[in-house]
Design a protein around this ligand. Structure first.
Ligand SMILES: [Fe+2]
Length: 187
C-alpha cells in the first residue's frame, strides 16, 4: 500500500524499520497495522512478534567472520608504529586493534572483544591507567616487560596469559634493550 505523507514523515529519521509480513504467527496485514508500525517507528519501539526469531535463536549467531591475522605482519607494522608514534598518543598505549572484516572496519575482533597488538620500545613506559573493562595480555614472543598491577610488578614472558579484573590500576614497563609486543584484549 502507499503510505500517507504523515506516515512517511514519521518513518523518516527513525532507525527503526518495521515491515508487515504475511506469515503464520504474524498479524493480518491491513492499513491499520501499517499505521501501527509507523507509530512504533516514531516512538522507537520494536514489537516482540517481529523479532522473536532473532532475539532467541536456537544457536548463537555471531556477526564476526573467522579471520587470521599473521603475527609476522602485525609485528612488522607495530614496529613501524614504534618508530613513528609516541606511546602516549591515544589511550596511553601503542596498541593497534584487530578489525574483524565483517564488523564494518570498526576496531573489534568480535562483537564482544577488543583485541590489539601492543608494542613497547626499549625503556618505554605505558603509564598507569585503569578502566572498567576486564583485560588480558597474551605474550606471543619476547620477554622483559613488566606489567605493574596495583603496584605489584608481574613479569611477562612468551606464552604467558595474564588476565586482569576491571578497575585495577596497571602500567607496562620495558626494562630491556629490545622492543616487545603482545596481544591485549578487553571485553
Ligand atoms: Fe589498560
Amino acid at each position: 500500500m502507499t503510505q500517507s505523507p504523515l506516515a512517511q514523515d514519521i518513518a523518516m529519521g527513525s532507525p527503526v524499520r518495521l515491515q508487515t509480513v504475511s506469515a503464520v504467527g504474524q498479524p493480518e496485514v491491513t492499513p491499520a497495522l501499517e499505521e501501527l508500525y509507523r507509530g512504533f517507528e516514531q516512538e522507537l519501539l520494536v514489537p516482540l512478534w517481529t523479532e522473536i526469531g532473532d532475539l532467541m535463536p536456537a544457536h548463537p549467531r555471531s556477526r564476526a567472520a573467522a579471520h587470521v591475522w599473521r603475527w609476522e605482519r602485525l609485528r612488522a607494522l607495530a614496529a613501524q608504529a614504534g618508530e613513528l608514534v609516541p606511546v602516549g598518543r591515544g589511550g596511553e598505549r601503542r596498541a593497534i586493534a584487530l578489525a574483524n572484516p565483517s564488523l564494518g572496519g570498526r576496531p573489534f575482533a568480535t562483537p564482544t572483544l577488543w583485541a590489539a597488538i601492543q608494542y613497547l620500545m626499549p625503556g618505554e613506559d605505558a603509564p598507569e591507567h585503569r578502566h572498567t573493562q576486564h583485560a588480558f595480555r597474551f605474550v606471543v614472543e619476547g620477554e622483559g616487560v613488566w606489567t605493574v598491577v596495583g603496584g605489584d610488578p608481574v613479569p611477562m614472558n612468551r606464552g604467558d596469559f595474564l588476565p586482569q579484573a576491571g578497575w585495577n590500576w596497571h602500567a607496562h614497563h620495558n626494562a630491556t634493550s629490545e622492543p616487545m609486543a603482545w596481544i591485549d584484549g578487553l571485553d
